[in-house]
Design a protein around this ligand. Sequence first.
Ligand code: HEC
Ligand code: HEC
Length: 472
Amino acid sequence: METKSSGYSAWSLCARVALAGLLAAAAFSVTPNRAQARDQVEPLTFANPGGVHRTFTSAGAIDTDNPFFQDLGTNGRTCFSCHRPAQAWTITPGEVQQRFERTQGLDPIFRTNDGSTCEGADISTRRSRRQAFSLLLEKGLIRVGLPLPATAEFDLVDVDDPYRCGASFNEVSMFRRPLPTTNLRFLSAVMWDGRETVKGHAITADLATQASHATTGHAQGAEPTALQTQAIVDFEMGLFTTQSQDREAGNLTSSGATGGPKALSRQFFCIGINDPLGMLPAMPGACDTVSPGLETTVFDLFTSWEHSPVSARRAIARGERLFNTRAFVIDGVGGLNGGAGDPVAGPIQNGTCTVCHNAPNAGDHSVAMPLNIGIADAARRTPDLPLYTLRNRTTGDTSQTTDPGRAMVTGKWSDVGKFKGPILRALAARAPYFHNGSAATLADVVEFYDQRFNIGLTDREKADLLAFLRSL
Ligand code: HEC
Ligand code: HEC
């Protein structure tokens, strides 16, 4: 398919396939059964604002009898309640709102253990439900409540809670986006704060524990059996999801481009691959040898489009090149070069997006590396999120944050505000972005980086980066 028009027609065909999927989804009722789950899952190709995304499974077909789709708990939820192929295996506010309308806010995702802003909120009327689940409806956020680690280097001294939940000073409620349960073969840390990652363990072992915790937590169930968690992990590890059609550039595998989920399923990965700092933890799945440093061509999906006759394709190729090579100063990033104890001293003058997003064609960091790029900073707080004031037990210093991140796992003061960089595929299907959904669109993500690192992107560079991110 060389021409723009053929790209368009291929897209509209796929859009029709996806539309059938959406219509099937609309028939979904309060209690999901597996036949209905199958109707929503089967096409595996879905429309989104940027075009179409698709899931490829190495198992050949999606097995909707897998425990991933089963009601293993007591509150009606399944993994599929919050991880859906039509939303690139997470949830989006738009689809959650539709579910609310369709079920009067009674779908199992609307549970007060972690779906509402306050635990155990009043949900007796439709109106109270709309209020109780406001963050889930508006930003697709789930409440993650964690106790302050006993050995924490800090105390929680003040809570500014817009919901007045009557918060204790021993626990913190953090509102986070569900991470996609696809492309997991490229993971180096499990959960935004890496709390399911155990040093030295294989990622698949961490995912098994995660599946068990998800069942006892989100689904309020008993611990699943080892066979069940293994089946869930095998299922998740076989999934690959990417954008497959762009609304302007057409088929993302045309004319030598290697977008799409099938190519991703063949992408090589090992823990530590292409790590700029040469980190190589001892764990199953680690590379055999230390990487010699950063090969900045992290994404090479669209290089063959640099001279395409289709302008939308050239824009994507330019965006890919910008992501790989556009230099800016990276400074003050906790976990990288934010201060004492960090691996790099001082600013990185020729930084790129790929310093942090280094895993080839996947875009996460290839080793566990929690970083603070400032998303949870008090300065970025929006009135819908609680603000926590922490005080260092030794120095008396205070710090305000909407989410202490990694610090709630390690108890370390220096870990406040650190999160993992997620896999950057199928982005167009799953706005909003960042752990707290603070970037409503990919354009907002680009704007965030332009400001945070004073990059000085031109309007055209912004548009190109956006076209690239949308095509992943
Ligand atoms: C009520 C919504 C909800 C349900 C139900 C749910 N999850 Fe999640 N899931 C989340 C949220 C929120 C996160 C991110 C939390 C964090 O990082 O702190 C997440 C994260 C994950 C991750 C981490 C991916 C990564 O990149 O680190 C995996 C894997 C996962 N869930 C699998 C499951 C499985 C398996 C089930 C069913 C047993 C399940 N989830 C049920 C909301 C849910
Ligand atoms: C200093 C490290 C660093 C650099 C440089 C960096 N990122 Fe990130 N990126 C992260 C981290 C960490 C997160 C997760 C932050 C959070 O949610 O708190 C992230 C998140 C993202 C997300 C959101 C993904 C999602 O699923 O929500 C996108 C998109 C993204 N980055 C794109 C870029 C682009 C484009 C650039 C270059 C302009 C870039 N990043 C540069 C570390 C970095």
